[in-house]
Design a protein around this ligand. Structure first.
Ligand code: PMV
Length: 360
């Protein structure tokens, strides 16, 4: 598929006014996307668990203007209140997607959005936020062209979400989404995320992710800056090749249910992500002392209890604790007894693997 296929030819129907609404989840990468080319094209393939509880709900109320405007026309409300400081990000997103949704300047939009997780939790809301907004615009496009198929709808929603924030393209469907060209995955593409098409062992169907909120502050280095530091990074070539190898192996793990190898690949990916940050120029560290305390506690617990608990990290200090359904009682008890003390204000979020966005 090429991106030109997402440029609509002509619309058959009209839509004067109405509201569309979507709830879209966050996702947690197992193989990490870190480094990109122009237009949010990833430097390597990635794969993630779609989450369930951590989600953004967005409604878009549209009203057709008398004539096409010169600029985008929209109001933005976050958790019921006008949110001027989010507007530039939305404006940039609209500019990037206009070529694929040529009707955008023909409407005034009222965008109302809210998150299921606390605002200042340090949880990246860009994946759920951008995917929810992309889905709303796709619902409007579907009103203008009711003949578009579900597959096209999902692919284009993912494609548009990617232009807002790369990892957002992995939040449309679930439970496992792969994004980026990968030789061994049929249908994989840099343009959008696809539902993982190969066999998945039942042990991965109910995986849990408890997110420990170690640091709820604003990140010192944005992921945009971090991605850019992979240009001319001394280990970039090896890292991008390693992501392909790890993905090959993870595919075998998904098929066979080998949790020991799952743990090794997932934790190595998390630490490699942070190693890239620590070895870029300028270098930076997003982990906090409590991130390391938690990692050590998890290793200790795993060894003593022969557990399959493991961790992964996103671009921040918070720790995602991953574990299978049949260990949920013991691991949850361990989290409460031993790990919560390392969280800011003892805060954590209980999530699990989910099936993707829902229209409301
Ligand atoms: O979508 P971005 O540009 O915020 O990048 C996200 C990168 C990581 O969360 C660190 C990894 C990933 O694959 O989600």
């Amino acid at each position: 598929m090429t991106q030109e296929e997402f440029v609509p030819k002509a619309y058959t129907n009209a839509a004067l006014e109405g509201t569309v609404k979507w709830k879209s989840p966050s996702n947690i990468a197992l193989i990490k996307y870190w480094g990109k080319k122009d237009n949010q094209i990833p430097a390597n393939p990635s794969i993630s668990f779609t989450l369930d509880a951590c989600a953004t709900t967005t409604s878009v109320t549209y009203k057709k203007l008398d004539s096409k405007a010169d600029n985008f026309s929209f109001d933005l409300f976050f958790e019921g209140k006008p949110k001027e400081d989010f507007k530039p990000k939305i404006e940039t997103f609209l500019t990037r997607i206009e070529a694929y949704l040529p009707f955008l300047k023909e409407y005034h939009f009222k965008i109302e959005t809210s998150n299921s997780f606390p605002h200042s939790s340090g949880i990246a809301s860009s994946a759920s936020g951008m995917s929810a907004l992309a889905l709303c615009f796709m619902s409007l496009e579907k009103k203008l062209n009711p003949s578009i198929t579900t597959a096209f709808f999902n692919n284009k929603a993912s494609f548009l979400a990617r232009l807002g924030s790369g990892s957002a393209c992995r939040s449309i469907e679930g439970p496992l989404v792969q994004w980026g060209n990968h030789k061994k995955t049929e249908g994989s593409t840099d343009l959008f995320g696809i539902k993982y098409p190969n066999e998945v062992h039942s042990v991965f169907k109910n995986y849990h992710d408890t997110i420990l909120l170690v640091d709820k502050g604003q990140k010192q280095v944005s992921s945009t800056v971090g991605h850019n530091l992979m240009h001319n990074h001394p280990f970039a070539k090896e890292r991008f090749a390693q992501a392909h190898t790890n993905l090959n192996e993870l595919q075998t793990v998904f098929k066979e249910g080998n949790l020991k190898r799952f743990v090794e690949i997932v934790e190595s990916e998390a630490l490699t992500l942070h190693a890239m940050m620590m070895t870029s120029m300028p270098y930076f560290i997003l982990m906090k002392p409590n991130t390391l305390q938690i990692i050590n506690k998890i290793w200790e617990f795993r060894a003593i209890n022969k557990s399959n608990i493991c961790f992964t990290l996103d671009a921040g200090a918070n720790v995602h604790v991953l574990y299978p359904e049949n260990e949920k009682q013991v691991v949850y008890q361990f989290i409460k007894d031993e790990l919560v003390a390392y969280c800011e204000n003892e805060q954590y979020l209980c999530d699990r693997i989910g099936l993707g966005a829902k229209q409301l």
